[in-house]
Design a protein around this ligand. Structure first.
Ligand code: AMP
Ligand code: FE
Ligand code: FE
Ligand code: ZN
Length: 299
C-alpha cells in the first residue's frame, strides 16, 4: 500500500539485499532485522530480481513494517557499470521484467567465464560449486564467487577476493550485460515506478557523475539520488546533496545492507528523510503503469 502522509521521525531505509541476490539474510529474516533496528519503512532492492518481494511482504505484515518493493538494476552509463534503484514498479510490466531476465541470464553465463579465468590463473573454481553456494539466489554474481574462494582458502574475505581477483582490472573480472541507464529509467517509469541513482560517487565514479551528466539524467527523468551512503564521505555527501537539490532531485539515504556480506552497512546506518520519501511517493502516485500521467496530475 502506498502511504502519502507520513509522520516525521519515521526511520526509512531504501536499499537492502537478501539471499535472493548477494545478501546473506532470507527476505523474511531481513524484514525482522529491520524491525529490530527500529526501521518503520524498508525497501528490498535485490539486484535485478523481484523474487524476494512475496516473502518480504508477508513478514512485513506480521512485523508491522512497511515494505517497499524495489530492485537495484544493473545498467551502464557510457562504458561504466551503474546501479539504478527502482521503487514501486509493477512486476507485471513486461519490458522491464524481460530486461531483468536478460541481465540475470548473462550473470549466470558470466560466472562460467569468471570460473574459467580463475582456474587458468591457478585458483580452481567450478561453476557447479558457485551455483551450489548460491542456490537461493535468482541473481548470481561476483560475491558468490568470492564466498567460494573464501571457503576454499584462497582469500580471507569477500573484500580480499574483490580487491585481488574480481574487481575491474583484475584477472577474474568479466563484464556483464547491462542496458543503458536512460533506457532503464524509461522502463521504470513505464512500470509506474520511480528511479533513484544508487551511490553515484562511490568507488571512483564521481568523475562520471559530474554536474553535466546529472543534469542529463535529470532531464531523462531520473527521480532521485542516493546521497547518504557508506561509499560517500562527509564532503562528498555535502557536495552531492547540494547538486541534487539544485537539480530538484529527491535525496535519499540508505544502508545498502548485505547481511554479513558487506561490513559497515548495518540496517539503518543511513536513512531517508520522511519528506524526501513523500516526494518520491507523490511521483509514484502521478504515474500509471505504462508511463502515462494520471489525469489531473501535475507535469
Ligand atoms: P556483480 O553484481 O556480480 O557485478 O557484483 C557486484 C556486487 O559485489 C555489488 O553489488 C556489491 O554488493 C559487491 N561488492 C563489490 N565490491 C565488494 C567488496 N569489496 N566486498 C564485498 N562485496 C563487494
Ligand atoms: Fe550487492
Ligand atoms: Fe549497488
Ligand atoms: Zn546495493
Amino acid at each position: 500500500m502506498l502511504s502519502t502522509t507520513l509522520g516525521t521521525g519515521l526511520r526509512i531505509d531504501l536499499h537492502t539485499h537478501s539471499v535472493v541476490s548477494d545478501g546473506t539474510d532470507r527476505p523474511e529474516v531481513l524484514v525482522r532485522q529491520a524491525r529490530r533496528h527500529g526501521l518503520d519503512v524498508v525497501a528490498l532492492t535485490d539486484h535485478d530480481t523481484y523474487d524476494g518481494w512475496d516473502a518480504a511482504h508477508e513478514a512485513a505484515a506480521e512485523e508491522g513494517v512497511e515494505l517497499v518493493p524495489g530492485v537495484e538494476i544493473s545498467t551502464h552509463c557510457q562504458s561504466y557499470g551503474v546501479h539504478l534503484l527502482a521503487y514501486h514498479v509493477d512486476a507485471g510490466y513486461r519490458p522491464l521484467a524481460r530486461e531483468l531476465a536478460r541481465i540475470r541470464l548473462d550473470r549466470r553465463d558470466r560466472l562460467q567465464r569468471i570460473a574459467t579465468r580463475l582456474t587458468q590463473a591457478g585458483l580452481p573454481v567450478e561453476l557447479s560449486e558457485v551455483l551450489a553456494h548460491a542456490k537461493g539466489a535468482s541473481a548470481v554474481g561476483r560475491p558468490h564467487v568470492a564466498d567460494v574462494m573464501v571457503a576454499k582458502g584462497y582469500v580471507a574475505s569477500r573484500d580480499e577476493a574483490f580487491a585481488t581477483w574480481l574487481s575491474y582490472g583484475c584477472v577474474g573480472y568479466v563484464e556483464k550485460y547491462a542496458p543503458d541507464i536512460v533506457d532503464a529509467i524509461g522502463w521504470v517509469h513505464g512500470a509506474g515506478g520511480v528511479a533513484v541513482l544508487a551511490h553515484p560517487w562511490g568507488r571512483g565514479s564521481r568523475r562520471l557523475f559530474d554536474r553535466t551528466m546529472l543534469t542529463l539524467l535529470a532531464e531523462a527523468g531520473l527521480d532521485g539520488v542516493e546521497v547518504d551512503h557508506q561509499d560517500h564521505d562527509h564532503a562528498e555527501r555535502a557536495g552531492l546533496r547540494e547538486l541534487a537539490t539544485e537539480l530538484d532531485l529527491v535525496v535519499t539515504g540508505s544502508s545498502d545492507y548485505h547481511g554479513t556480506g558487506k561490513n559497515g552497512h548495518e540496517l539503518g546506518v543511513n536513512t531517508t528523510e520522511p519528506a524526501e520519501w513523500e516526494r518520491l511517493l507523490e511521483r509514484v502516485g502521478q504515474r500509471t503503469p505504462h508511463g502515462t500521467r494520471r489525469p489531473g496530475a501535475e507535469a
